[in-house]
Design a protein around this ligand. Structure first.
Ligand code: GLU
Length: 411
């Protein structure tokens, strides 16, 4: 039976014909995953037909409508490009970008799609070098297409999207999209997220954004500014939340309409350019009560010159750290952010904060810790230390707002 595991078969058993995929089984009986998702075991059966699922169908060429805008989809992997592998029961990335398009025919009513598969990786395996190669690919595509969609695993999507927000100056939308459930599950969010991302990619936006389900229903998606969003839930379809700035807009799935909510950068407001050097020796350290400053010394001794601290409350670490911080900041950049996520750093309220400022720590304003990390990599990759020290507190692509908005309302 080994040789038919993972294949689609038709069998005769119990006087009937059954169709399904043969699952691995240790009991010696044949276990079929039926089309309705249920597994059934058979002891007495006769195999009538075997279809090899690995034989890939030829996809017909995609028809191009000259009246529609052209969009490029760059696929990098993650759940949005995954299906369950019935041989192992695990979710694996095995789709090419063309296959994603084939699965969501509504896309062809919105735009002409060209697709390319840049990576096929789960996003925890992304590295800085992947961000850089992706930025270059998006840059090339922006010269030719009205908008670019990047499909990406959701876990680290906000990091990659932020990295591109800093590396690219874009006159057109660059839309990151993912899915919490793979496209072969009835509750998949993949199709709606893709349709909403195509509407965003053809809109009058001119910045890097993340488009994902806004609620647990299939009603609308939010368009989040890349540098203001975080994945806040492990599994819910509305896992992505804009922090310290409202979502830029919402895309209604039914009507295919976008309602804008917050100030945004418009199409053609910026010139296309790329600054793609990133300094990798930058680290994000989460402080907890009792953590010793040795951690700073360790990274410093390894040549790190960029440090983002995820401090407590308004932006604190223990006063035990002050001496070490004073030494480190002589030739490094240390930026304070908060574990609270919501709100702004202010190190002028308590004594601890004042000591930190005197020791050379820079307030990270209302930046998310991971955005400050990516920004520091980019600043130290492209500017001298003193210039980077100035720029880190200045807003570059919307990562710092002048007055932090605490929004919770449903728009
Ligand atoms: N951990 C994987 C990733 O981030 C799968 C989860 C997902 O795509 O949502 O790529």
């Amino acid at each position: 039976m080994e040789e038919i595991v993972g294949k689609k078969v038709k069998i005769k058993a119990k006087g009937r014909i059954f169709e399904g995929i043969v699952m691995p089984s240790t009991t010696g009986s044949l276990v079929l995953k039926l089309n309705n998702g249920y597994n059934v075991g058979f002891v007495d059966y006769e195999v009538i037909e075997v279809e090899d699922l690995e034989r890939r169908e030829e996809k017909p060429p995609i028809f191009k409508n000259p009246k529609l805008p052209n969009v490029k989809i760059i696929s990098t992997g993650g759940t949005i490009a995954s299906k369950v592998d019935y041989r192992t029961g695990a979710v694996t990335s095995q789709f090419t970008a063309e296959e994603i398009v084939g699965d969501v025919p509504e896309l062809a009513e919105i735009c002409n799609v060209d697709a390319c598969l840049l990576y096929n990786i789960l996003s925890e395996n992304m590295k800085v070098e992947h961000w850089v190669k992706l930025a270059r690919e998006v840059y090339k595509s922006l010269k030719k297409y009205e908008g670019v969609i990047v499909t990406h695993g959701t876990d680290t999507m906000a990091y990659t999207a932020s990295a591109l927000a800093f590396m690219l100056s874009t006159p057109k939308p660059v839309v990151f999209v993912g899915a919490q459930r793979s496209s072969d599950r009835p509750s998949s969010d993949a199709a709606m997220n893709l349709v909403c991302s195509a509407l965003t990619a053809t809109s009058d936006l001119g910045e890097v954004v993340v488009v994902m389900h806004a609620t647990t229903s299939d009603d609308y998606c939010y368009i989040h500014r890349a540098v203001k969003v975080r994945k806040c839930h492990t599994s819910r379809r509305d896992a992505f939340k804009s922090i310290n700035y409202p979502p830029l807009g919402k895309v209604i799935y039914d009507t295919r309409k976008i309602t804008w909510i917050a100030d945004r950068i418009r199409r053609n407001e910026k010139e296309l350019s790329i600054k793609d050097r990133m300094e990798e020796k930058v680290v994000l350290i989460k402080f907890f009560p009792g953590l010793k400053p040795d951690i700073l010394e360790y990274y410093y001794s390894k040549g790190y010159r960029g440090f983002v601290l995820e401090g407590t409350g308004l932006g604190h670490v223990s006063t035990d750290w002050i001496d070490t911080l004073r030494k480190v900041t002589e030739d490094s950049l240390v930026v304070m952010t908060s574990q609270c996520l919501w709100g702004r750093i202010c190190d002028r309220v308590y004594d601890t904060g004042r000591y930190l400022l005197k020791a050379g720590v820079v307030e990270g304003e209302d930046m998310l810790p991971e955005v400050a990390l990516v920004k520091l990599m980019w600043l130290l990759g492209n500017y001298e230390l003193e210039e980077a020290r100035e720029l880190v507190r200045k807003n570059i692509v919307g990562e710092i707002t002048s007055s932090t908005r605490y929004w919770e309302a449903e728009y």
